[in-house]
Write a protein that binds this ligand. Structure first.
Ligand SMILES: *Cc1c(COP(=O)(O)O)cnc(C)c1O
Length: 367
């Protein structure tokens, strides 16, 4: 008897590996493996979420008017050009679903976000990996990877898992170098963590150019990863195509209420940004002091730091040593980063503890 056979491109997908919350021996650990907000979420968001329990029997508003209007007001955008979804992960899938298919090529950078190859293969398209430049996005390498079959380019800025940031000039150069029929997807999951008031100009490109989509999320800075609210901004034509294939009710009433409240809690947003900037700087400085043991922090503009282990203490040993102490970070051998750990900036105590554990592991490795 013949069983149903999945499409061959589906079986080529390597399943996504989420950040772990437990140690190998099943203890609940301090989770610095998924870039969540260590300060929690906005108290106003928590309250809005709780009050939504009165309407569990109702379908959400399929057109998400409240969310779109709140986002448009905050960011100065046209609400009609906002798409929303079950986390920005869904938006990343929707855009591939609408703009790529079998035989098409889609580019992303080496050490890019793990969802891209899944979204690309899911629609039967071919992932093309552009080489990095010392872990950072290399615009020339992306442009050199373009062929007549290229349909899309995904760039996370800042990038995950490297934390690196491509400047406004670099993003403008990338956009200018792409054919106008190639859709540039700028994934701004960590945009709120960039130092100062600078930005990469992505939202301006999404506003004015016909071939740029920016995606954003409530999962990181806003501390609402559990509620799965993401959104995107692009031309009316791009957004309209994506609407045709999205799930009608992909975001929930409670999640929407929490997101709108979080958006307007300026105090929590500032507190989170200041905390992250302070402890990211401190952490990178401490790693730099361990340079003689072969540790190196890749410059980060996100809420995590990729630490490379190029000395006696290996990333794998450090990963296990941290886990023994109850700290789970991200080791990514499957992404070509067997020599690195991506470490989320935690609370002050957590961040200091990680450094202390690394210092001890280095001393132990020296014997
Ligand atoms: C975390 C993350 C996302 C989004 O996650 P959602 O929770 O689905 O919004 C998107 N892109 C990158 C690069 C991320 O790290």
């Amino acid at each position: 008897m013949n069983a149903p056979v999945p499409k061959p491109w589906i079986m080529d997908i390597a399943p996504y590996v989420p950040g772990r919350a437990q140690t190998d021996d099943g203890r609940k650990a301090i989770k610095l493996s998924s870039n969540e907000n260590p300060l929690g979420t906005s108290p106003a968001a928590r309250e809005a979420f709780a009050s939504a329990s009165g309407s569990l029997e109702r379908y959400p508003d399929a057109s998400a008017v409240e969310l779109r209007e709140a986002l448009a007001a905050k960011h100065g955008l046209d609400p009609a050009r906002i798409i929303y979804g079950n986390g920005s992960d869904e938006i990343l899938h929707l855009v591939a679903g609408a703009f790529a298919g079998p035989g098409d090529e889609v580019i992303y950078v080496n050490y890019g976000f793990a969802v891209y190859p899944i979204a690309i293969r899911r629609v039967g398209a071919v992932p093309v990996i552009a080489p990095d430049k010392d872990y950072a996005t290399d615009v020339d390498a992306i442009l050199a990877s373009v062929t007549p079959r290229t349909r899309m380019v995904y760039v996370a800025n800042p990038n995950n898992p490297t934390g690196t940031y491509a400047s406004r000039e670099e993003i403008a150069r990338l956009h200018a170098g792409l054919r106008s029929d190639i859709l540039l997807v700028l994934d701004h999951a960590y945009a709120e963590y960039i130092d100062g008031e600078i930005d990469d100009g992505g939202m301006e490109l999404a506003t004015s150019a016909p071939n740029v989509l920016v995606t954003r999320t409530f999962s990181k800075l806003y501390g609402l990863a559990a509620e799965r609210i993401g959104w995107g901004y692009a031309s009316a034509e791009i957004i309209e195509a994506m609407h045709r294939i999205r799930l009608p009710f992909s975001i929930t009433i409670a999640g929407t209420a929490a997101a709108v409240a979080a958006l307007n809690d300026a105090e929590f947003i500032e507190h989170t940004r200041a905390h992250n900037a302070q402890w990211r700087r401190w952490f990178a400085d401490e790693i730099a002091k361990l340079g003689n043991a072969g540790l190196r922090a890749v410059p980060s503009q996100a809420n995590f730091v990729l630490v490379l282990f190029e000395g006696t203490l290996t990333a794998e040993a450090a990963y296990k040593g941290l886990m023994d102490e109850g700290y789970i970070v991200r080791w990514l051998p499957g992404q070509g980063l067997a020599h690195g750990l991506r470490i989320t900036i935690g609370t002050e105590d957590e961040t200091k503890a990680v450094v202390a554990i690394l210092q001890r592991l280095i001393a132990d490795a020296r014997g």
